[in-house]
Write a protein that binds this ligand. Structure first.
Ligand SMILES: *[C@@H]1O[C@H](CO)[C@@H](O)[C@H](O)[C@H]1NC(C)=O
Ligand SMILES: *[C@@H]1O[C@H](CO)[C@@H](O)[C@H](O)[C@H]1NC(C)=O
Ligand SMILES: *[C@@H]1O[C@H](CO)[C@@H](O)[C@H](O)[C@H]1NC(C)=O
Ligand SMILES: *[C@@H]1O[C@H](CO)[C@@H](O)[C@H](O)[C@H]1NC(C)=O
Ligand SMILES: *[C@@H]1O[C@H](CO)[C@@H](O)[C@H](O)[C@H]1NC(C)=O
Ligand SMILES: *[C@@H]1O[C@H](CO)[C@@H](O)[C@H](O)[C@H]1NC(C)=O
Length: 421
């Protein structure tokens, strides 16, 4: 999905960027600045044909300036968090009073003790500098643009900041390809194998520090693809294997898995809701909603929540059943027993189970059969060595039976289509 740039941006004459509104900042607003702000706001009334959602070559956004998307959904500018004086360049909801940052450019490289400025340099890249005398930028889009072509940046109503080549009208960079900790409607979570981009979410370090935290949400394409939520490299929870069912509710989710890309994306059909998916710094994936009438963010969904949501809560060769707090939800598969009976009886099922009679594992092609385990979600599939998405139900069994290194198979049903093994 490469958004189109409005004609307005491409055709309007060169003009200086408007100071639309004072950004929320920790710096005291001087009396003169207040007047200037008022003046700018007044000016704005009479210059509605000048877009203030875009930035052209050699134009600058500095402390106090904002880019505001056409329909006023999102704003881009400088901000600080909590009591910290570190400055960041980011995008937030323009209509939501409680500042809710959805994207940060320099998340690991705050601008300290000085004000920054953002501009498009002569090479067509967006660059963020901390001090006027600093040679190296704090952040840049770092894309190669053909010489002799200029670029313009535009903040779209989706919250996507795009950098567009003027002559060819190609989007050469977009913030949606470099998510921070939030997934917005229309933003893809996943891999673009052609462009070599892996779009994943990484939590902030703390509520006041957008630097890389421990938690991440990303697609693991190995075996049959799954969406994993990690603490560092340790899985916390996972989605079922591909194919992911599309959902229709408050949000409409779809997913694509083809040779070029694999991703999950959602849209929100009811535009009275703002909805964002966030990986928070405390170790949760959440979706939050905001409505004008609520005036605040409300939790819509959260994971992990129940003990079976936790990855490996019940270990290998066992199942996890949602039980009440006084019950133990782990159970071994038929023919298996707890690997560590002591821990198991102390209600720690993470050690998993082992075959009761180990020698049976070598029985092969002597009339063995399969035991069906029903009403379970599909097992962890990233280590599955055999994934075949174009089989019939009977084929899976035949294929597994024929191969002595196959001890079990799971069937994935594609709605209205064939089966996968
Ligand atoms: C931008 O500034 C550079 C250096 O001052 C200049 O060479 C270039 O022509 C300018 N580009 C535009 C489009 O104004
Ligand atoms: C910019 O991109 C080049 C090549 O794509 C890479 O080698 C370089 O490290 C990048 N620089 C920064 C600051 O990310
Ligand atoms: C630069 O653009 C002009 C027209 O816009 C074209 O005539 C010229 O050949 C271009 N130069 C290069 C080096 O591409
Ligand atoms: C849900 O999303 C799909 C794919 O983006 C789209 O074709 C469909 O029209 C959407 N449905 C609604 C009700 O928005
Ligand atoms: C994440 O991992 C760290 C280090 O292993 C651990 O101390 C912390 O408790 C974990 N947090 C969560 C929420 O799993
Ligand atoms: C049996 O399965 C293994 C693992 O998937 C595979 O490497 C091997 O080629 C298969 N053998 C036959 C005869 O299909």
């Amino acid at each position: 999905m490469v958004p189109h740039l409005s004609e307005d941006l491409l055709l309007s004459p060169q003009s200086n960027i408007q100071i639309v509104q004072k950004a929320r900042s920790n710096f005291p607003i001087m009396e003169a600045e207040k007047l200037f702000l008022l003046f700018s706001l007044l000016m704005l009334q009479f210059s509605s044909c000048t877009s203030h959602d875009s930035l052209k070559t050699n134009q600058t956004i500095k402390e106090g300036d904002l880019l505001i998307s056409e329909g006023n959904n999102f704003a881009l500018g400088f901000f600080s968090l909590g009591s910290s004086s570190n400055r960041y360049l980011g995008i937030w909801y323009h209509k939501v009073q409680e500042q809710t940052v959805v994207w940060v450019a320099n998340r690991n490289d705050p601008i300290i003790g000085s004000s920054g400025f953002l501009f498009i340099n002569q090479y067509g890249n967006l660059v963020l500098h901390g001090k006027d005398d600093q040679k190296l930028p704090v952040w840049s889009t770092n894309v190669s643009v053909e010489e002799n072509d200029t670029c313009a940046a535009q903040l779209l109503d989706s919250g996507n900041l795009i950098l567009v080549r003027k002559r060819s009208r190609k989007t050469v960079w977009q913030s949606f390809d470099y998510p921070t900790n939030i997934l917005l409607p229309g933003m893809k979570l996943g891999l673009d194998r052609k462009l070599g981009i892996d779009r994943f979410l990484k939590s902030w370090r703390s509520a006041d520090d957008p630097g890389f935290g421990d938690f991440s949400l990303r697609i693991n394409p190995n075996g049959s693809p799954q969406i994993f939520f990690y603490n560092g490299t340790k899985p916390i929870s996972r989605s079922p294997p591909w194919p992911w069912r599309s959902q229709m509710g408050l949000f409409n989710s779809t997913s694509v898995n083809d040779p070029d890309e694999i991703y999950w994306v959602f849209t929100v059909p009811d535009d009275s809701y703002l909805l964002r998916l966030i990986v928070d710094h405390l170790g949760h994936v959440k979706t939050l909603t905001w409505r004008e009438s609520d005036g605040q963010w409300k939790e819509y969904w959260k994971s992990p929540q129940f003990h079976c949501d936790y990855y490996g809560n019940c270990g290998a060769y066992s199942t996890c059943e949602l039980a009440n707090l006084n019950e133990f939800g782990c159970a071994c598969l038929p023919g298996f027993e707890p690997k560590y009976p002591l821990e198991w009886s102390a209600r720690d099922g993470s050690g998993g189970c082992v075959r009761k009679r180990p020698h049976t594992s070598s029985v092969c092609q002597h009339g063995e059969g399969f035991v069906k385990v029903e009403n379970v979600i599909l097992p962890e599939s990233s280590a599955a060595v055999w994934v075949d998405m174009s089989k019939s139900l009977a084929d899976c069994e035949v294929q597994c039976k024929r191969n002595c290194s196959c001890s079990a198979y799971a069937i994935i049903a594609f709605p209205g289509k064939n089966y996968g093994c």
